[in-house]
Design a protein around this ligand. Structure first.
Ligand SMILES: Nc1nc2c(ncn2[C@@H]2O[C@H](COP(=O)(O)OP(=O)(O)OP(=O)(O)O)[C@@H](O)[C@H]2O)c(=O)[nH]1
Ligand SMILES: [Mg+2]
Length: 646
């Protein structure tokens, strides 16, 4: 037995995504075919294609140690291997945060990053780009037992001098004291800092990714995990154990790492009450069992301040065993199905909506423009033809006048283009100002100065002040860019209006550059940093490596936000006048082909009917182009976002 529902839904999702990719590729070819491609549209389309191809649905499991995270992952996703794939045992088991996914290029492997890498000034994200820095063990995906053995590395620890542990930021005197360990010479620490597992499992191949975290205070010691990896997961599964209820440390984790990280509404959250089987009492029977599960669920819901329905009572152990032994009754007792249903319906649906939102945002504008442009071409050509049909083709004087009018029209158009080109030159100067305001050189100089100041300042208070200054400087930089953006918007609106008036094109609105979103993101990074520092159990003097990592993560994230703003500003500046330029190109083509048509008719010896038939033929390619677009819009599922294109 396996998880048919999740598997089916995941398969359905990956097929849906593949179709979407195919439709966008077709649209790209359509633009090329009709000479509508430009650098801006090509980059936009290629970007979204790359993102869609690399897309994964990530589910992260977070909880105190021994709540059954790894067992739950085994039961949910890997039971058909017939073994307990991820190590799960009493006490602290998983030692390194582990990511499971499928790397189509790299094949089957487990990569392990040594714990000592914490001392290096390289982020985890950067390490992931350097496979040579990891110890790699090849996995045989056909041999669950070989994999199971290789996965034992996930629990590997080693004994080091206390000073070494301290230097690595892994020694916490207060926490050790609670376990009765005082002033030890040697300390046990994880051997690995992080593990990446690529495995050709059907679900992983279709884009599922799983993060298993150690209950061991990994979240407090690895800021990148807490601040970057967990918030970007599609869903977080928080696991409690029925036999312990919500303990003080569960609560602390819930408040600091789940509630805070879960600020984004688009992130799914499931709270699991695992180990319900431990509540079974042979003497008490089913009714009592039911009652004790319910009361544990209500008590936990009340403490966590969530709805009772949001808690899934399960037994991962029974589920895994039930699936491996194909024991339906046991699996049913595990109650895993409701959690599986939630993950396969809600989470996958949510992810689909998010992806579709990105497609609408990034491609919708281009498609709308294509739809407008082909619509205008078709209707203008039809009007012209209808006019022509009423003409007396034999009347040379009339035809001569018509040609002269069209030439006048052409001349007028040329003047308009010159005006437009003049406006465009003004825009280019303004756009350069906007792009310069967000130049990475400026950002990097601010960061460099901060880092220098920090090395000279060893007190935590001083470091905190320096961080504050960095964020203030970045805020100012964004502020200037926001002012310039407002000016640029004003200019662009004037250009659109002038152009629209000159060409009888009503209702054309320029796309806007939403620079304020970066301001919000920057504030969030700053707040997250404060929250992390405040929540961390670790006292700073002992944990300078953690604080170093925290600050470099925050700085890297802030830099990334401005870099994104800069890149988006460049793309916006390249693209914002594109619809007008495309209109110009198209209009020019139309006038030329109209002139050609008039010339042809003028010189033709055919009958009026023959001439009309020739005119009708002109419409065929335009109709065809539009019909093709309509099919692609449907295939990209953008039909509800684009005005009628029938
Ligand atoms: N009775 C019972 N035991 C379970 C269940 N799920 C897990 N366990 C046991 O609980 C212990 C801890 O499970 P793990 O999966 O290692 O827990 P974890 O949350 O991954 O723990 P760390 O890796 O240390 O963070 C193991 O001995 C499991 O066999 C369950 O549903 N019922
Ligand atoms: Mg574990």
């Amino acid at each position: 037995m396996s998880t048919p529902e999740f598997k089916d839904k995941m398969h359905e999702y990956s097929q849906w995504r593949a179709k979407l990719i195919q439709a966008i590729e077709m649209y790209h070819q359509w633009r090329d075919r009709y000479g509508m491609s430009d650098t801006y549209s090509t980059n936009t389309i290629l970007n979204i294609l790359t993102n869609l191809q690399a897309d994964r649905i990530t589910i992260a499991f977070v909880a105190e140690f021994s709540r059954g995270k790894s067992e739950l992952i085994n039961a949910l996703f890997f039971a058909e291997t017939g073994v307990r794939l991820l190590p799960s045992s009493p006490g602290r088991t998983t030692m390194a945060p582990t990511e499971l996914f499928y790397d189509h290029q790299g094949g089957n492997y487990i990569r392990l990053l040594a714990i000592e890498s914490r001392l290096e000034n390289t982020s985890l994200a950067e390490f992931k780009q350097m496979p040579e820095q990891w110890l790699q063990i090849t996995l045989d995906s056909d041999s669950p037992s070989q994999m199971q053995e290789a996965f034992q590395e996930l629990v590997a620890t080693k004994q080091v001098d206390r000073q070494v542990a301290e230097k690595l930021g892994l020694w916490n005197e207060r926490e050790a004291a609670t376990q009765g360990i005082v002033n030890p010479e040697k300390v046990e620490i994880p051997r690995w800092r992080h593990a990446l597992i690529s495995y050709a499992h059907p679900l992983l191949k279709e884009g599922l990714a799983i993060i298993d975290t150690p209950g061991l205070n990994a979240l407090g010691t690895e800021p990148e995990l807490t601040l970057n990896m967990l918030p970007s997961a599609q869903a977080i599964v928080f696991v409690l154990a029925a036999d312990t209820g919500v303990t003080k440390s569960d609560m602390e984790m819930w408040l600091t790492h789940i509630c805070r990280a879960h600020g984004e509404k688009t992130q799914g959250l499931a709270v699991v009450m695992n180990k319900i089987d431990t509540m079974w009492d042979d003497l008490a029977g089913v009714a009592e069992y039911e009652k004790s599960i319910n009361s544990q669920v209500s008590a936990s819901a009340a403490i966590l301040k969530i709805n009772e329905n949001a808690i899934f009572p399960v037994s991962a152990k029974q589920a895994l065993l039930g699936k491996i032994k194909a024991d339906d009754a046991l699996f049913k007792r595990s109650r895993l199905t409701s959690l599986e249903t939630y993950l396969s319906s809600d989470i996958i649906k949510q992810k689909r909506n998010i992806l579709m939102g990105t497609v609408v945002r990034d491609i919708g504008f281009l498609v709308n423009e294509s739809s407008n442009l082909t619509g205008i071409s078709l209707s203008q050509t039809t009007d012209q033809l209808n006019e022509l049909k009423k003409m007396d083709f034999q009347n040379q004087d009339l035809m001569g006048k018509l040609m002269a009018d069209t030439r006048d029209n052409q001349n007028l158009y040329m003047t308009n283009i010159e005006n437009f080109q003049a406006s465009r030159r003004v825009f280019i100067v303004q756009a350069k100002m906007l792009i310069d305001a967000l130049a990475m050189e400026k950002v990097d100089l601010i960061i460099k100065n901060t880092k220098q100041e920090m090395t000279g300042n060893l007190t935590t208070y001083g470091m905190k002040q320096t961080m504050r200054k960095l964020f203030d400087n970045l805020r100012d930089l964004l502020h200037d860019a926001i002012d310039i953006t407002s000016e640029t918007h004003r200019l662009v609106k004037v250009i659109y209006k002038k152009f629209g008036d000159g060409h009888d094109l009503k209702g054309m609105e320029p796309p806007l550059f939403f620079i304020k979103q970066y301001q919000i993101e920057l504030e969030q990074i700053f707040e997250q940093g404060d929250a992390f520092r405040a929540s961390s159990k670790i006292t700073m003097t002992q944990q300078s490596v953690v604080i170093d990592k925290l600050y470099s993560t925050l700085i890297a994230n802030a830099r990334e936000v401005i870099k994104q703003a800069h890149n988006d500003a460049v793309a916006w500046c390249q693209g914002v006048l594109m619809p007008l330029m495309n209109q110009i190109k198209d209009h020019k083509k139309q006038i030329e082909s109209h002139l050609l048509l008039l010339k042809k008719i003028n010189g033709s010896k055919g009958s009026a009917d023959e001439n009309i038939a020739a005119l009708e033929l002109e419409l065929v390619p335009l109709k065809q182009q539009r019909a093709e677009l309509a099919i692609m819009i449907k295939a990209m599922q953008l039909d509800s976002f684009i005005e009628d294109i029938s």
